[in-house]
Design a protein around this ligand. Structure first.
Ligand code: NHR
Ligand code: GAR
Length: 212
């Protein structure tokens, strides 16, 4: 069974969705860069090992990345999962975990990389927004895409109401992506393409606002 390590910075609701999904893998540890991340308590309640590597204790990003990698490697993971992890990782770190490091981002990438995605989507007046699970590469939020979910943007939305609608989808697609990875049904092919042996389904379209 594959081993996974989850990196968080805060609330940890995506991490919690992964813990509750009964994935076909062993969740070896949850690591936070903030001691006050609420997700640490949730992990402990599930009996999972936790660690804190406070980024403020390190003089620069390279030494933080090295300390984080050392803690991760103690658990010998096959997959490293960023779940609301809020520190940009350096090229060396990303290279070390090439093909094993994945992230969930609250937008339909390549639209709205970086932070404050919901605010920017509302400002632009887009009618469809969503979330993306992708392999992490050195270019922030530009790695090969594994799965995306789309939601409608409503007239009365605030960044908070839109974030909540997107978050519900995050909690569905992240466990699915990790299940595929753990079962070797999705993998990074070369450096820039996701390959899969899963059947694709045309599904249905999302039109927003709806047709009459
Ligand atoms: N690192 C690399 N190299 N590539 C990616 O795609 C990464 C990454 C590290 C984190 C998550 C990401 C997201 O989903 C992620 C993807 C933090 C920031 C950021 O600006 C941007 C993107 C993401 C995470 N962080 C600030 C920093 O200085 C700190 C912000 C804060 O603490 O609130 O690191 O969007
Ligand atoms: C999630 O919406 C996640 O996509 C986003 O932060 C939230 C974390 O929530 N990630 C980023 O914005 C990364 N820059 P959670 O801690 O409850 O999972």
């Amino acid at each position: 069974m594959k081993r996974i390590v989850i990196l968080i910075s805060g609330r940890g609701s995506n991490m919690q969705a992964l813990l509750e999904a009964k994935l076909p893998c062993q969740i070896a540890a949850v690591i936070s860069n903030r001691a006050d991340a609420q997700g640490l308590e949730i992990a402990k309640a599930h009996g999972i090992a936790t660690a804190v590597i406070p980024h403020k204790d390190y003089a620069d990003r390279i030494s933080f990345d090295a300390a984080l990698a050392a803690e991760i490697d103690r658990h010998a993971p096959d997959v490293v999962v960023l779940a609301g992890f809020m520190r940009i990782l350096g090229d060396g770190f990303v290279e070390r975990y090439r093909g094993k490091l994945i992230n969930i981002h609250p937008s339909l990438l390549p639209a709205y990389p970086g932070i404050a995605t919901h605010e920017r989507a509302l400002q632009d007046g887009v009618k469809i927004h969503g979330c993306t699970v992708h392999f992490v590469t050195p270019t922030l939020d530009h790695g090969p895409i594994i799965i995306q979910a789309a939601v409608p943007v409503m007239r009365e939305d605030t960044p908070q109401t839109l974030a909540a609608r997107v978050l519900r989808e995050e909690h569905r697609v992240y466990p699915q992506a990790i299940r595929w990875l753990c079962l070797n049904q999705v993998w990074l092919d070369g450096t820039c393409r996701v390959a899969s042996n899963r059947l694709e389904q045309p599904g249905s379209s999302l039109v927003s606002p709806g047709l009459e």
